[in-house]
Design a binder for this molecule. Structure first.
Ligand code: ZN
Length: 56
């Protein structure tokens, strides 16, 4: 069984997960038959935002 891995921020398709990858994934949220996570660019945006807020 394969699941699509989708960015929960920008809806970009990041890739596919098989059952083995799913069992080892701790950064995804499963909704229906889609695994939501963050793509690299949104991950960077998020990190930048957190850093920005932290130092304000
Ligand atoms: Zn994204």
């Amino acid at each position: 069984m394969y699941m699509l891995k989708v960015c929960q921020c920008c809806d970009a398709i990041i890739g596919e997960l098989d059952e083995h990858a799913l069992a080892n994934a701790n950064d995804v949220e499963i909704r229906g038959n889609v695994a939501y996570s963050l793509c690299n660019s949104c991950m960077k945006d998020l990190a930048r935002e957190h850093t920005h807020n932290y130092f304000q």
